[in-house]
Structure formats: C-alpha cells, structure tokens
Design a protein around this ligand. Structure first.
Ligand SMILES: *Cc1c(COP(=O)(O)O)cnc(C)c1O
Length: 365
C-alpha cells in the first residue's frame, strides 16, 4: 500500500481528554469541560422539544441541496440561496475549499497559531503552507499579504481568531482585502461571529458585494450549541460556490442537522441570552486575571487565552485533578498559556479558585 507521502508525518486529530476517562482517573463525579468552546448552556429548548419530530423519515436520504435550511439561512443573513454551501460542520467546508483549490505547486497563507484545520487539509492536498506568526495575538495582515505570489490560491483569516480570541476591525480588514489580488480566495472564518461585540467589527456579509474572491464561514457548533449535530456553512459569490460544489459529498449534512438548524436560527432569544451571559462571565474572568496579574488577550469570543507564570501543561494537569478540562497553550503553539472556554458562572468561580491555588504554589517555589 502507498499513501500520500505527506501523511507519513501527520497525526490524526487528538481530541481533548474524555469526560469519563478523567472521572475515573481522578475519582471525580463531576467534570466541567472548558476545552472546545462549546456552549455551556446547551442549545435552544425549541430544538430539544421538537427533536422527536426531527427523527422522522430517517430511512430517506437527506435533501442534498438543503433547500429549506438554505432558504432560512439566506433570508436570515440577507444573501441569495445560491451564495451558500453547507458542510458537516464548517470543518468540512474548510476541507471542501482545500480539495477544490489546493494541489502540489500551489501555496496557501495563514496565521500561526490559528485554527489548525486549514493547515491540516492544505497539507493533505500537497500545497505549500505559508504560516505568518501572530503579533500580540493579532493576524499580521501586512506580512500575510507579502507572502502572496502567483501560486497562492487561498488566504485564511480567522476572526475572532482561535486560539487568541482577538478580532480584526473593519478598517484593518477592509484595507487588506483591497490589496489582495483577485486570484486568491480569501476565507474569513467567523465561527465565533455571534459573540462579536466590538463596534468596529468587520461586516463580512456587506463585503461579499465588493469582493467576489471572498468566502465567509459560519457554524451552528458554537453559540448555537449544536456541535454534536455537525452543520456549518460558507457564504460567498455564486461563482465561488459553484466552483466548490463538485467537491462536496452529495448528502453531507443530515436531515436532523438541517431541521435543527432551522429551529435554532428562529430562536434568537437563546442566542441573545447566550451572548449576554458569556459576556458577563468573560468580564468576570478578565477582572480576575487583572487582580491576580495574569495577562490575557482581549477576546471577542467565548474563550480567553491567558498567560501564566508556569507551563500551560502544568496548569492543565492541575486543573484536571480539580475536575476541569481546559486547553493547554503548549499544544497550540503558545507556551505558558491556557485557553479557557467561558463556562457557567458557578463553574468559573470554582476554576478561578483552583487557578489561584495553583499560582500560589508556583509563586512560592
Ligand atoms: C470550532 C471552530 C470551527 C469548526 O466548527 P464546526 O462547524 O464544528 O466544524 C471552525 N473554525 C473555528 C475557528 C473554530 O473554532
């Protein structure tokens, strides 16, 4: 057997520790997972109530075009039906973009660290990956632009960026877009769009009218709380969507996911509440960090990247013994940091207490 050479050096995605695994290992009966930026308040109660109806007709293949969900989303964000492509999570849209545009001899430009799936999928397609280090948590757009040449096919922008949480403002991003040549597809990943509160936030949907080489990614996995169902989408110029469509599996989003997305979109009250409580709990965590002297990035998302006086792994291991699963920055390429999903108020108070204890023991060493 002979697989692609590049795969020899690649590892499968390593999920965070499983809840049951941690419970057993540390003899805990309750675990709080703050590692994958899921919604601690779950998902819309309307989806839960209607779920028995959603599982009717499962012997029938889904509507591969997602007619209903397409109409709903198009209406909601104010674009045409043919400007959308749905994926089994926006992860899959990333994969579809890479399958479509990247091959050996081509290159792709992205920040580092950023969402790892851009790099992962680009490598599998044999493209050269040009990574431009973040500056103070921000994309270095000028350097990213300098990395573009005639072989560049895709440039990735993640805003708010995972794992730093910072966003790119309207003027900065607009100015970059104006200078990106038209042969480059610009992907703007807005997985945390719903959490954005900055007044100068970039208006990506309006920009679609100006830039035909732009695609915006959104997901139902984060604020909508439907990560387990797997549905996300891309919005772009109809020509871009048409180019992508042959690379998409015909039935890539399930009947249940499509139906749930429609209901979830209708329940904007749930999203408003989610965003508000996230904001409050995030502010409280930021205040805690300031009190205790831990620098952090100014997050516009539902997580916070915090600098520590010890390694991220050390804090990760300690918090694990207290029943919290977080993400160590070591694996993300940001040493001496942890990335913490904003959880429920009571859990955040508890984790802050645990962090305080750990820091006291670090500082007394
Ligand atoms: C979580 C996340 C995604 C993936 O979301 P799915 O829709 O669940 O595949 C994409 N981009 C970023 C930046 C994320 O953090």
């Amino acid at each position: 057997m002979k697989a692609k050479d590049i795969l020899k050096n690649m590892k499968p995605y390593k999920p965070g520790k499983g809840i049951e695994e941690v419970k057993k290992e540390f003899g805990l009966n309750r675990i709080v997972k703050l590692a994958s930026n899921e919604n601690p308040y779950g998902f819309s109660p309307v989806v839960e109530r209607e779920l028995p109806k959603l599982i009717a007709d499962l012997e029938i293949y889904p509507d591969g075009y997602g007619t209903e969900v397409r109409k709903k989303v198009a209406n909601f964000i104010g674009v045409e039906d043919r400007q959308l492509i749905f994926g089994n999570g926006s992860d899959e849209v990333v994969q579809i973009i890479c399958r479509t545009f990247l091959e050996p001899g081509s290159n792709t430009v992205m920040a580092s660290p950023t969402f790892p799936q851009y790099r992962h999928n680009a490598l599998i397609e044999g493209a050269e990956v040009r990574e431009v280090p973040l500056v103070d948590g921000h994309h270095d757009l000028e350097k990213m632009l300098q990395n573009i040449d005639e072989h560049t096919r895709v440039l990735w922008i993640c805003t708010p960026n995972n794992p730093t949480g910072v966003h790119i403002d309207q003027d900065t991003l607009q100015s970059a877009l104006e200078r990106i040549p038209e042969h480059v597809l610009v992907v703007i990943d807005e997985a945390y769009y719903e959490y954005l509160e900055a007044e100068n936030a970039f208006d990506s949907i309006a920009a679609l009218n100006e830039y035909p080489n732009l695609i915006v990614l959104r997901t139902f996995s984060k604020a909508y709380g439907l990560a387990g169902l797997r549905i996300g989408f891309g919005v772009g110029h109809p020509d871009v969507i048409q180019i992508l469509e042959p690379s998409r599996e015909p039935f890539n989003t399930s009947t249940v996911a499509q139906a749930a997305a429609i209901l979830a979109l209708d329940d904007q009250k749930f999203i408003e509440e989610t965003v508000e409580v996230n904001h409050r709990n995030k502010k409280a965590l930021m205040s805690f960090c300031e009190e205790i002297g831990l620098p952090y990035y100014d997050s516009q998302a539902n997580f916070l990247l915090i600098h520590l006086p010890c390694s991220g792994d050390e804090m990760f291991e300690y918090l694990l013994t207290k029943g919290f699963i977080v993400r160590s920055g070591e694996a993300l390429g940001l040493p001496n940091t942890i990335r913490l999903t904003i959880g429920k108020k009571e859990d955040m108070q508890e984790i802050q207490e645990a962090m305080k204890q750990k820091l006291a023991s670090v500082q007394s060493q």
